[in-house]
Design a protein around this ligand. Structure first.
Ligand SMILES: [Zn+2]
Ligand SMILES: [Zn+2]
Length: 401
């Protein structure tokens, strides 16, 4: 145990469950600095009984550069990783964690609004080109009718991206471009939707915009994390999130800010902010009722003014441990402590290979060539001549014919 961990444990004995990692003492002008306030991805091992929870998207359907739409990554001590929603823009934050794409093959969707799966295309195609060796696995709810369910959405997603898939199939293995869907009943209450390697994930219904949305409950090593999707406060959440260590629940912009900042009409704002979503005082009431070790609110553009308005609303009904999430917040969770930090990650991250070798590209002639002779005949030969020395050198370097 390093010095900083020891300090944290001592501090945690005297304070609320959440403590902020503090800097240590620098004893030498030439030595390494002790652990700081931040998490550098890929530099810390996860203990067997530990969960690392990362907010990769906390915003709204409209794009904002510093806040992607909903996405949480849960990493558990057995090595398994789970994406809960991949909202628009969130994959840039996921990619900056520099986790091999093979480890990011399990996706759980709370519902099918774009701010919760808009970047599925980026995970699908980006991961395919950057090292994933196997199909994606997707778990998501059914709908009132088949065309409102996850299986329909993925089937037609793949149809919409047919050109993308067919053109990649010619040069890459088709395997990582496949998607395996496990659709489950959105009305099922606390039903197990996933159970492997000591991880259990359950689903409860949510009340949001139309039938179909759900929230998820993940249990591992005696720890319980609730990942709330969009919902008005509901009885299932109150019943089954009780006793959880960390509870994520949406808390939406106040109706006043929806009018002032999001350009909504008062009629729209009061409906969206208090009926389809959860208002800050209602979020606080949920948390003061279920009393988690730590509560996380998200799903609003988090800046000074909105933060203060939401905090005021939440604190009118809840006084416990709380984060109002922004992108790249990380929580390390064990039975003894919950540490919240910010992530420092590169803006220019590359894909990182995992232990599995990339599958071989298709043998010549096995996949239809997506480029016709008419288009091929338009190739401008001086370009080939210009690049010939570079191509020859590369082939020599790699023992290619
Ligand atoms: Zn939604
Ligand atoms: Zn949403």
């Amino acid at each position: 145990m390093n010095r900083i961990r020891l300090i944290l444990l001592v501090v945690s004995a005297f304070s609320a469950s959440v403590i902020f990692a503090a800097g240590g003492v620098v004893n030498s002008p030439t030595g390494a600095a002790p652990q700081r306030y931040v998490y550098y991805p890929g530099t810390e091992e996860l203990a067997k009984d530990e969960i690392r929870l990362i907010a990769c998207g906390t915003g709204l359907p409209a794009a904002r550069r510093d806040q992607a739409a909903t996405c949480y990554l849960v990493e558990v001590g057995n090595g398994d990783k789970f994406l809960f929603d991949v909202g628009t823009g969130s994959m840039a934050n996921v990619a900056a964690l520099m986790i091999p794409y093979d480890f990011l093959d399990k996706v759980f969707l709370t519902h099918l609004h774009t701010d919760h799966w808009g970047d599925f295309s980026t995970l699908w195609a980006g991961g395919w080109t950057a090292g994933r060796t196997k199909p994606l696995r997707v778990w998501g709810p059914s709908g009132q009718t088949p065309d409102m369910g996850t299986a329909y959405a993925i089937e037609h997603f793949l149809k919409a991206y047919n050109w993308d898939a067919k053109t990649r199939d010619f040069v890459l293995s088709a395997q990582p471009g496949k998607v395996i869907v496990k659709e489950f009943d959105y009305k099922a209450v606390n039903a197990v939707v996933y159970q492997e390697n000591g991880v259990t994930i359950r689903s409860i219904p949510a009340i949001h915009a139309g039938d179909g949305p759900v929230s998820f409950i993940l249990e591992y090593a005696g720890l319980k994390i609730v990942i709330g999707g969009d919902t008005f406060p509901n009885k299932w959440f109150i019943q089954y999130a009780t006793g959880a260590d960390v509870v994520i629940h949406e808390t939406f912009l106040t109706p006043t800010d929806l009018v002032k900042l999001y350009g909504q009409s008062p009629q729209q704002a009061i409906g969206v902010g208090t009926q389809i979503h959860t208002s800050p005082p209602a979020f606080g009431k949920v948390m003061s009722t279920i009393k988690p070790r730590h509560a996380i609110g998200y799903h609003f553009f988090n800046e000074q003014a909105t933060h203060d308005h939401i905090l005021q609303g939440v604190r009118s009904t809840y006084s416990g441990p709380l984060s109002l999430a922004v992108d790249n917040m990380v929580w390390n969770i064990t039975k003894d402590r919950i540490i919240e930090r910010m992530i420092v990650s590169p803006d220019q991250a590359w894909g990182v290979n995992g232990p599995n070798k990339p599958p071989a590209p298709p043998a010549p002639g096995t996949v239809p060539d997506p480029i016709s002779d008419f288009i091929k005949a338009g190739r401008w030969q001086p370009a080939e001549v210009a690049q010939a020395p570079m191509v020859d050198q590369f082939k020599k370097d790699h023992n290619m014919k």
